[in-house]
Design a protein around this ligand. Structure first.
Ligand SMILES: Nc1ncnc2c1ncn2[C@@H]1O[C@H](COP(=O)(O)OP(=O)(O)OC[C@H]2O[C@@H]([n+]3cccc(C(=O)O)c3)[C@H](O)[C@@H]2O)[C@@H](O)[C@H]1O
Ligand SMILES: Nc1ncnc2c1ncn2[C@@H]1O[C@H](COP(=O)(O)OP(=O)(O)OP(=O)(O)O)[C@@H](O)[C@H]1O
Ligand SMILES: [Mg+2]
Length: 275
């Protein structure tokens, strides 16, 4: 195995083999332990209609149901949040994830278009030029603001959907979808997430779907793999310690190096990791 590959696997805590049932139990229990230790009662997560939030949402709902049953305290709750920018192309998938699978205690909908456009207009009026790509990151950060507002009002925590196949490339917005309190999918790669969804009897259309950030208006529903220049199959093989083409390995390692700053707290004078 490549030396850098081994370092990444260890840093991100990936296991090549997983037992789906045991993983589900472990990750639900992790959420339960977190809520009990912090004395919080509410989990909050944006549900996009994509694979990651479908899985993290269902695990969150299972955790609060378990705690309600075990403690007799009815206050534990999961709030799923729909956060479209205007009209969302795969709105029906998002609603199917919520109604047919996650079945959250509560669902809220906040359209982030007005806030996003107002921010872009204010920046433009101040003389800034905001590209479509940069506006995409503003959308991700508006979603973060909404989730923290709901968590703040409910004494709750924001669930993040980061996992190993995303962390390795840093393919998320810093302090946007990367901003969260707890990440129950950490250490899983994309196909392992899919396996957990199958095990939980999720509708196949939700995990067979092409992963997309869907942040850019110039490139609607652009597949992550197109933006990254490497396939999830290759990223997952790499993370499971398998051999991948040199080209794929070098791309993955390059993304990893370039996005190192996203996997750390802001750089302080005593930090040395960034040098
Ligand atoms: N070396 C360094 N040390 C410390 N900080 C550094 C830095 N380099 C950049 N930065 C900071 O980081 C910022 C760039 O990071 P960031 O703002 O995240 O922006 P960036 O990484 O350029 O873009 C985010 C990427 O993630 C994708 N994304 C976003 C959200 C969700 C999903 C999804 O899959 O759903 C995907 C999105 O499509 C885009 O390709 C810079 O503006 C700078 O402030
Ligand atoms: N339209 C949206 N409504 C609600 N939440 C959203 C929306 N778009 C993104 N998010 C939040 O941002 C997170 C990051 O998006 P990302 O695309 O990585 O995950 P996903 O959509 O759940 O899965 P996939 O990677 O398979 O598309 C989502 O998991 C979700 O919590
Ligand atoms: Mg998505």
């Amino acid at each position: 195995m490549r030396k850098c590959q081994e370092e990444i696997i260890n840093a991100l805590g990936v296991n090549a083999q997983i037992d789906p049932e045991a993983e589900i139990d472990k990750r639900v229990q992790f959420l339960c332990d977190f809520l009990q230790t912090t004395n919080m009662k509410t989990l909050v997560l944006g549900i996009s209609g994509g694979q990651d939030s479908t899985l993290a949402g269902r695990l969150s709902q299972l955790a609060v149901e378990k705690l309600r049953k075990e403690t007799g305290n009815a206050d534990y709750q999961f709030i799923a949040v729909r956060l479209p920018y205007g009209e969302q192309a795969d709105e029906s998938d998002a609603m199917s994830a919520i109604n047919d699978f996650i079945k959250p205690d509560k669902m809220m909908r906040v359209n982030i278009k007005a806030a996003t456009d107002a921010m872009v207009n204010s920046l433009t009026a101040a003389g800034a030029v905001i590209s479509d790509f940069n506006k995409g990151n503003i959308k991700a950060r508006e979603r973060m603001i909404v989730q923290y507002a709901i968590a703040g009002q409910n004494g709750g925590a924001v669930v993040g959907t980061d996992h190993a196949a995303e962390a390795v490339t840093g393919f998320y917005t810093k302090f946007g979808d990367g901003g969260a309190d707890i990440t129950p999918l950490a250490g899983l790669d994309k196909r392992q997430g899919k396996t957990l969804l199958k095990s939980l009897n999720a509708p196949a259309k939700l995990y067979d779907k092409t992963p997309t950030a869907d942040l850019e208006e110039d490139k609607p529903m652009r597949p992550d793999e197109e933006a990254l220049g490497v396939r999830y199959e290759e990223i997952d093989d790499f993370l499971e310690g398998r051999a991948v083409s040199t080209e794929a390995a070098e791309k993955i390692e390059s993304w990893y190096r370039r996005t190192q700053h996203k996997r750390h707290l802001p750089i302080a004078p005593y930090d040395t990791w960034w040098k």
